[in-house]
Design a protein around this ligand. Structure first.
Ligand code: ATP
Ligand code: MG
Length: 428
């Protein structure tokens, strides 16, 4: 027998047993962003490679070593999106969505990065991204934090804590960059290979290094807040005041920089110690320079992305009660007349009992094997239709999860009876 094919390493199937948790997570997050008046934008999974090179920056982990890039049949270099912001800005510019108007947008879907797969780190993973354009802040910065805090609350997640920092304006960053380079050059022998390479091209990124051997050096480096310009300092204190007013606690982490090049002023991360090494569940900030950089006007922007796999892992370890999606009812049909009658009756019941999940036995089988299927699918009741029930216009309702007696119900009374038996369990 041929060897069965396996999925690409780091790319996971989401199996039926897991999909209800995913749906719950996605629905909850969608409800929250909609409650804040954000609109969904759906973006292609593939973009021209140049888009990511330009927006994310050549000297980043993502562009240097994580992108899935290939030439298509026309010889164009294309890349599976490693994140959503670049595509979102590209789409807004392409369709004129930023002409004299603000935009508050969100998207959800898979992202692709060629990283070393491990718990919480995959090669295909899923993000919800939220972006705003045309709003200078700090009100919108704070609103997005409120939104994320509400997401954790709605999901019943405790144990995420907020870290914030300000990267300042490009001028302040340049001053800081000079000071940092001086410091790092003075300790050049302590730099690892990646950091040595970045010293000339992108020294701030060195602060983002995950190499344990680099942590002491990073801890003693000059601090960004000491170089903050007045405008950014004011923006940051305004942002903090809004968080204070809402009672959202946070820690100012002067070493928090973002892995991506286009950030300025506010940056933030939600982190947890519940997930081991991959503890960042959500990260974002202000990227006032990106729209202009990609060919638009200078338009302020703020956004974040959260990792669904990591949130889901938190949700599972919190033993959160997830809504069920098993059928409520399994229809057992015996004989050709019952099969025909049953399929039609089932649709009538679906119309009459909103939210009812009803699975009809298809493919025949003995009573015994049909009841086995009914049990396995998780239904609360079996609804049995045989020749006699077809003739009498009745059905037998048999509880599968309790010892209660079965009952014979006329088909005209079925909807009402089911509504009563399943009250509190029906969707919506
Ligand atoms: P990390 O430092 O963990 O590599 P990052 O800075 O590369 O994260 P972002 O680009 O800011 O991550 O993406 C936002 C969120 O997406 C992260 O906080 C995380 O929750 C999630 N994420 C990023 N990369 C992965 C991955 N390879 N697998 C699963 N989730 C991921
Ligand atoms: Mg990364």
């Amino acid at each position: 027998m041929a060897k069965t094919l396996q999925a690409v390493r780091g790319m996971n199937d989401i199996l039926p047993a897991e999909s209800s948790a995913w749906q719950y997570l996605e629905d909850t997050l969608r409800d929250v962003v909609h409650a804040y008046g954000y609109s969904e934008i759906r973006l292609p999974l593939l973009e021209k490679t140049e888009l990511f090179k330009r927006s994310i920056g050549e000297v980043t982990d993502i562009v240097e070593k994580e992108m899935y890039t290939f030439d298509d049949r026309n010889g164009d270099s294309l890349t599976l999106r490693p994140e959503g912001t670049a595509s979102c800005v590209r789409a807004c510019l392409q369709h004129g969505l930023l002409h004299n108007q603000v935009q508050r947008l969100w998207y959800m879907g898979p992202m692709f990065r060629h990283e070393r797969p491990q718990k919480g780190r995959y090669r295909q993973f899923h993000q919800v991204g939220v972006e705003s354009f045309g709003i200078p802040g700090p009100d919108i910065d704070a609103e997005m934090i409120f939104m994320t805090a509400r997401m954790w609350e709605r999901l019943g997640l405790t144990g995420a804590s907020l870290q914030i920092n300000s990267l300042g304006t490009p001028k302040a960053r340049a001053d800081y960059r000079n000071a940092l380079v001086d410091y790092l050059q003075a300790h050049a022998d302590a730099l690892d290979e990646d950091s040595t390479r970045r010293l000339g091209s992108n020294p701030l990124r060195i602060l983002d290094s995950k190499n344990p051997a680099m942590q002491d050096l990073i801890a003693a480096a000059p601090l960004l807040p000491d170089y903050l310009d007045e405008e950014s300092a004011e923006h940051f204190s305004g942002f903090c005041a809004l968080l204070d007013a809402a009672g959202i606690s946070y820690e100012i982490n002067p070493r928090l920089v973002r892995g991506l090049d286009y950030y300025s002023k506010t940056v933030f991360e939600w982190v947890t110690d519940q997930l081991g090494a991959q503890g960042t569940i959500c990260a974002g900030g202000r990227y006032d320079g990106l729209v202009e950089y990609l060919g638009g006007k200078a338009i302020p922007a703020f956004g974040f992305a959260l990792g669904l796999e990591r949130l889901l892992a938190m949700l599972m370890s919190a033993d959160a009660e997830l809504p069920a999606n098993e059928p409520h009812l399994y229809m057992v049909v015996s004989g050709a007349a019952a099969t025909e009658h049953g399929l039609v009756l089932a649709d009538k019941l679906r119309d009459a009992v909103p939210g009812l999940r009803l699975q009809v036995n298809c493919g025949g089988g003995s009573f015994k094997s049909q009841f086995k299927r009914a049990d396995r699918c998780g239904a609360d009741f079996a609804l049995v239709i045989g020749d006699e029930e077809v003739a009498q216009k009745t059905a037998v309702l048999k509880p599968l999860r309790s010892n209660a007696d079965q009952e014979t119900v006329t088909q005209t009374a079925l909807a009402t009876r089911l509504g009563k038996l399943l009250s509190g369990k029906l969707d919506g």
